[in-house]
Write a new protein. Structure first.
Length: 598
């Protein structure tokens, strides 16, 4: 008998924590061997269908979310045609809150696991006849190691004995059992049996479940508590990840620092065992950070941790309406203090389409959050998740929502679709010209020419729509050309305008070579201001004396020239050192050099 758990991730770099938890819990609890396969929604449908078919599984479980549910629905329909005897089970947030409806819609399904699935899934496999995969387990010892979410019934032989599922019985009738009580988190085995199989992927980890807040757009609004793994257990797991040189670990805890003392102890442990490679990502509440946090975090290696702070809105009426507790003045203070050390990458979130936020209010929220100058500003749109309080009350707020996943809001009582489109245009421009980090100097200069950041990005978006409208298809060089044309044609005329446009072009050249070491000079950069003779003279001297490129000693001149670039910008000569490129902002190291002649 063969059991297969399938994940359909949004990108290859992602991994799916849920299926690994299910796999290891089944193995440790009942010694049931389960296979895991991780695909992406970007793969060809036929490729995934063929791969699953060749494995000939007897039972398949799919982990379902808003980004993959449409793909999963296609798969279960076609899989049942080619593997008619295979049992198909679903689980995850996208099917947990409307399980009966999903079973009625898809007769191909055997059942659905609702909510936390580790316990229920392992028991399903026992009932379905996978006992031949099970070794004898000493009941008392098992109870000692794994503290169950509900009373043990090791001899159950029926689906009706399993809590937290909806299923189709032998007669085809749909049945549902009560939700399972929350599992003891320390009873979960370490989820990753073979980390080498997840090379080049982000590894997700949870040290807690639940959230102290009840934001109505989030599934946490349906929960009533926060549960933590013990610090001892978390430290053991982190040590395994660090020892395996995992590049990035993303904690999925919804508010990691809701217990400040606990958060600091974990952060200290990460610092004490830093391998110089692993980056840890945390979602935190910025207004909960205190002086102890700032002092500790200020001592961290650059890039050891990164923080995501969900601001969502600065409108107090909106925050109250969605049951979100946040003091934005404390968020401002927290972000400002974190930025002082220049060692923690900050990611701030805003949501468009929230109740009681009209266009003027959203623009204010955007401008206030933008001025914090985090490394990344995520501008998203409200999505109505099944089971969330906001989904249940959508008529009250006049929320017009897409019929299909990801159930994104199209309009509200306060925003019409045209205004949503305005925000989307800004989102696209922010992603290209701010979040990319490729236009640092030029954007800082351009911000001063506009009354507000929102108006800058909206104007840039309007220019794109009028002249091209395909920003997402552009090469990096084309994006530099487009913003230069925007400055030339939309902002200034006359001699003064030409002077400012040239000043801006020079900053674009600086930004371009900070991130690029191209073989071919970009068209917008024009002719080189430095003569070939001057450049040759500089490298002849530098390859002997190494006045600037001390890390290049022993390297031949041809290779030195290949790994560096010399450029005159606004009257200064910049030497771009790509060997010294920063892992923090991916920019070349620069030197201002003195040259006898140009």
């Amino acid at each position: 008998m063969r059991v297969l758990l399938c994940a359909l991730n949004a990108k290859f770099i992602h991994s799916n924590l849920a299926v690994h938890h299910l796999q290891e819990y089944a193995r440790f609890s009942f010694s049931i061997q389960v296979e895991v396969e991780e695909y992406t929604i970007n793969q060809h449908f036929d490729e995934i269908l063929r791969d699953i078919y060749k494995k000939k599984p007897d039972l398949i479980g799919f982990s379902c979310y808003i980004w993959n549910i449409s793909y999963v629905e296609r798969l279960i329909v076609e899989l049942k045609k080619i593997l008619p005897e295979t049992k198909l089970w679903l689980g995850g947030p996208e099917v947990s809150y409307n399980a009966i409806e999903v079973l009625e819609k898809y007769p191909q399904l055997s059942g659905i696991v609702k909510g936390e699935g580790e316990e229920a899934f392992a028991r399903i496999l026992k009932v379905e006849g996978y006992k031949e995969h099970c070794k004898e387990i000493h009941k008392e010892a098992d109870k000692e190691i794994y503290k169950r979410g509900y009373e043990e019934t090791f001899e159950e032989n029926n689906m009706e004995d399993i809590l937290g599922i909806a299923y189709r019985d032998e007669r085809g009738e749909i049945k549902e059992t009560p939700m399972v009580k929350h599992i003891e988190l320390d009873s979960l085995p370490f989820p990753y049996r073979d980390l080498s199989s997840l090379e080049n992927r982000i590894i997700y980890y949870e040290s807690s479940r639940g959230c102290p807040y009840s934001c109505s757009y989030c599934l946490s609004s349906a929960e009533d508590e926060v549960r933590f793994k013990t610090l001892k257990r978390v430290k053991e797991d982190i040590k395994v990840l660090i020892n395996n040189d995992v590049p990035q670990v993303k904690f999925v805890d919804r508010t990691f620092n809701c217990d400040g003392r606990r958060a600091r102890e974990i952060w200290r442990f990460i610092q004490d065992h830093d391998n110089g490679k692993t980056n840890f990502h945390f979602e935190i509440a910025g207004d909960l950070l205190g002086e102890e946090d700032f002092e500790l975090l200020g001592t961290f290696r650059q890039g050891l941790v990164q923080f995501e702070i969900g601001v969502q809105s600065t409108n107090s009426w909106t925050l109250k309406e969605i049951n979100r507790v946040m003091d934005f003045s404390l968020v401002e203070r927290g972000v400002s203090r974190l930025k002082e050390s220049q060692n923690i990458h900050l990611h701030l979130d805003l949501i468009g389409g929230l109740p009681k936020e009209d266009m003027d209010s959203f623009i204010k929220s955007f401008n206030q959050v933008y001025q914090l100058k985090a490394e990344h500003l995520q501008l998203g749109f409200l999505k109505l998740l099944k089971g969330s309080l906001l989904d249940k009350n959508k008529e009250i707020y006049g929320l017009v929502v897409q019929e299909h996943p990801p159930y994104e809001v199209l309009a509200t009582k306060w925003l019409d679709f045209n205004e949503i489109l305005r925000i989307k245009a800004v989102e696209e421009m922010v992603e290209i010209y701010y979040n990319s980090g490729q236009f640092l100097h030029s954007i800082n200069w351009l911000e001063k020419k506009f009354p507000s950041p929102f108006y800058l990005y909206e104007s840039l978006g309007d220019f794109y729509n009028l002249n091209d409208g395909k920003a997402h298809n552009h090469s990096r060089e084309k994006r530099y050309e487009m913003i230069l044309e925007f400055v030339k044609s939309e902002l200034w005329n006359g001699n003064e305008g030409k002077k400012e446009a040239e000043e801006f072009r020079q900053l674009l050249i600086l930004d371009y070579y900070l991130r690029e070491n191209p073989k071919k000079r970009p068209a917008f950069a024009g002719e080189e201001a430095l003569s070939k003779e001057a450049i040759k003279e500089f490298y002849d001297k530098e390859s002997v004396e190494f006045n600037y490129l001390t890390d290049y000693q022993g390297m031949e001149k041809r290779k030195i020239r290949k790994m560096t670039h010399l450029e005159s910008i606004n009257g200064k000569v910049y030497l771009f050192d790509y060997l010294g490129k920063s892992s923090w902002n991916h920019q070349a190291k620069i030197h201002i050099v003195s040259m006898v002649k140009f």
